[in-house]
Design a protein around this ligand. Structure first.
Ligand code: SF4
Ligand code: SF4
Length: 403
């Protein structure tokens, strides 16, 4: 469906809503009602936070179109998740500018701030973690978005239990919450996911967990059990990377997206997943994300697609974060993090994110560059050496080239 068709067929009547937005009309409730007339919106409660979230939420890593974000918000996708490091702060500014057109209380706003240095490879923070900078970075995020508070403040990339329970960060986040600058606190996790989710659930500290969760996750049974456990304890559960498993690279390094609708339905069939954060970068995606809520039942074709796609995992972009590779090679860099950079570059086409995530190894020697024969057997069948040698080239480029 082309943009023009989408506007005329998929969201009739939004032109009027947009006109109201543009003359400064605030009032998301009115707009939400408009969206609900066109699409069946489904809500779930985000655990003990009590926040009612649409089961489809908006990730903002690659957003550039104000009209698109407004359409999503007006259609009822009222939960938007961003992060300080997206576009080196520019995305937060952009999000802040868009949501200014709405009543603050009608938007569920989440952001995350990465501590420095990141928990590279070992998955731990250390005495070198810059707590003062972390707090200042969060305050800068609020300023960038021109808001007084966020609804959820995430510690992204928490992996091992020790990172989830790193006291200096917890203390400063608690201080932020008590000051009313964040209503709820959460962790985001890509690696060692079941461990991180269970640690958060046991903590009695964290309110929300955002985890990588899709039909291609090799340890999906463990992830499901951890999600059930956390939901039982009242945690809000947000899934990310839900349709990543439906993306592949072909031999020309071109991205091919399989069936995101099937991938999304599969995730949402789990009632303990309260919402999914999806990158909405074009009108086709928005239409898929809105219409999928009408019926989460997988069709026979969709089931067939999921079965076939599971077999074709070698060329997919999603790293399981299982850490098996790290156990096999003592000289290995943080392979899961580098695989994520690869996904940002080739999957999301976000070179800025890839370059930014290469920062921790900017000055470091990476053994894979000189290694003649990679002996690591990746659980997903990735050619580790080839992907690392490919992506590592980006680390010498200054950030400004890509922002
Ligand atoms: S073994 Fe493969 S899938 Fe697992 S963490 Fe390493 S790169 Fe990712
Ligand atoms: S390329 Fe060599 S150094 Fe890198 S992970 Fe493989 S075996 Fe280890």
């Amino acid at each position: 469906m082309k943009r023009r068709d989408f506007i005329s067929k998929g969201l009739p009547g939004f032109a009027g809503t947009m006109a109201l937005s543009q003359i400064g009309c605030k009032g998301g409730a009115y707009k939400k009602a408009e969206g609900e007339k066109k699409y069946k919106l489904v809500y779930r409660t985000l655990g003990k936070t009590g926040i009612k979230v649409p089961i489809v939420s908006m990730g903002s890593m690659n957003v550039t179109s104000e009209a698109l974000v407004r359409m999503a918000l007006d259609a009822g996708i009222s939960h938007i998740s961003t992060a300080k490091y997206y576009g080196r702060g520019k995305v937060e500014k952009f999000v802040g500018k868009v949501i200014k057109n709405y009543r603050r209380e009608d938007i569920i706003l989440a952001t995350g701030v990465d501590p420095h240095p990141p928990p590279w490879k070992e998955g731990f923070y250390s005495k070198d973690t810059d707590i003062v900078r972390f707090e200042k970075d969060f305050d800068d995020s609020l300023k960038s978005m021109e808001v007084d508070y966020v609804d959820i403040f995430y510690l992204p990339n928490a992996a091992k239990k020790e990172a989830v329970m790193f006291e200096p960060l917890m203390k400063v986040m608690e201080k932020i919450k008590k000051a009313g600058k964040a209503r709820f606190l959460g962790i985001g996790t890509h690696s060692y996911v079941p461990e991180a989710v269970r640690a958060a659930a046991d903590s009695d500290f964290w309110d929300v967990v955002m985890l990588a969760y899709n039909f291609q996750s090799r340890d999906i049974e463990e992830r499901k059990k951890a999600v059930d456990y956390a939901a039982e304890k009242g945690m809000g559960i947000v899934a990310m990377k839900t349709v990543t498993g439906a993306s592949f690279v072909n031999t020309n390094k071109q991205i091919q997206v399989g069936n995101p609708r099937a991938a999304l339905k599969w995730v949402l069939q789990n009632p303990n997943i309260h919402t999914t954060v999806l990158g909405i970068t074009n009108f086709e995606q928005l239409e898929t994300d809105l219409s999928v809520m009408a019926d989460l039942t997988l069709t026979d074709d969709e089931k067939k697609y999921l079965e076939l796609a599971r077999l074709n995992h070698k060329n997919m972009l999603f790293c399981q974060g299982c850490g098996d590779c790290l156990k096999q090679c003592k000289s290995a860099p943080d392979i899961p993090a580098l695989m994520r950079c690869y996904m940002y570059a080739y999957g999301y086409r976000d070179l800025a994110a890839a370059v930014r995530n290469l920062d921790p190894i900017k000055e470091k020697t990476v053994a894979c560059i000189e290694c003649s024969n990679c002996t690591v057997n990746c659980a997903s069948g990735f050619n580790i050496k080839e992907r690392i040698q490919d992506i590592i080239r980006l680390r010498d480029f200054p950030h400004e080239f890509f922002v």
